[in-house]
Design a protein around this ligand. Sequence first.
Ligand SMILES: [Fe+2]
Length: 487
Amino acid sequence: MSETRNGVPASQAVADGEENPYLLGVYAPVGTEIVADDLEVIGEVPRDLNGVYLRNGPNRRFAVPGRYHWFDGDGMIHALHFENGRARYTNKWVRTAAFDAETAAGHGLWSGVMEDPAGNPFGNGHGLGLKDSANTDVVFFNGRLLSTWYLCGTPMSMDPLSLRTLGPENFLGTLTGDFMAHPKVDEATGELFWFDYGPEPPYLRYGVVSPDGKVVHTTEIDIPGPRLPHDMAITENHAVLMDLPLIQDQEARRRGRYRIHFDRELPSRFAVLPRKGDGSQVRWFEAAPGYIYHVVNAWEEGHEIVMDVCRVKDPQHQPRITHPLARMLAYLRLDAQLWRYRFDLRTGTTREGPRDDDNTEFPMVDSRVVGRRNQYGYAVHIAREDTLLFDGLVRYDLHTGARQDHRFGPGRWGSEAPFAPRDGGTAEDDGYLVTFVHDERENRSEVVVLDAADLAAGPVCRILLPQRVPTGFHSCWVRADQLEQAR
Ligand SMILES: [Fe+2]
């Protein structure tokens, strides 16, 4: 095991006088970047599991005065590389422009989303003066890993094995504007689909990147005002974007603040357009007001587009606890359920309804079925705690609605768990789910590997890690054949 000390002690990160739970325990930032390959394994690492599990998340390097929001932390990628029955752990901060500026200064320069951004050095392309930390998702495209930011920023290109930041990704100079957190990659065509949103017109732009990594299409999507779309969907021929009634508060914006509110008087609206269609070709589908962070998958079925999502049950419910940070805590206590939309292209009507009522989120499918009719979706189960914690994994059979569960056990909290196909596998669920789990009682993190077809059977193996992996955001699985492409 080699170790380099690049960071600051985690203790400094919480030395701002706050009892902020998102800086403590399973959320506390780690201050070191390590590579570790002599890992203790309980069970046996499957030899037919080859590729790398990558997970992004907030990991503040420098404390700054003011309130800390979980979303403020600097992006850090944690990775476990599986190769022929062996496993190697690596973690690295994403070297964004802001991270480099703070590193050069030796202290924090950006305040968080809950404070006035007026004194911050720079923001994103939309004049939002917040730190673009690239802390939200990791997406593999065209041989590179892209780390992305939820408020739209500069995608950072990274090496998927060393986690070295290669630089800002501008798609050979063709990217204009900013880039969303959850672009969609169609592995059959090699294309990438994305949007960009902001507080000034055009409020929403949509685009396509060709398999050789150039933006080849962009169009403006006409929506009535600034929105906060988080995710999108593709099908074989279409893209689906959202106009949901979660709205940036313009009064707060005039005061230089960033606030959002949910308008129950407005419908949810879904823009369906041809993949390379123009904004004028959008067909709008209306549905009940709601908010959606994440799409499970979408596909075409006859004259309908089917889209499965995790739909938030009550987008702005009242905080149930009294705490100076109650608003953030309530907002982060995700309460979502599996929900299906059917958009009828013939009649222009929407059908919608729940497929489950339990609180599951951070959905994943095999990356090869994105945009195609698939049978299985996997999600984390949200724990009944005051902070956002994942106490298990759920597998949904999207055809039948059947469900399987795995719970990590008391005091054990997981991460988003991508599907990792087994070498030579043919069935859609022939493979594994891979997740980081932090055991609070033993104060130790590990990687848990489960059989995707049989979650109830419990871990195939557990790989113990020499460093804590804080609870974080999104992940991906990059197969060995894709890593070959990266080399
Ligand atoms: Fe997300």
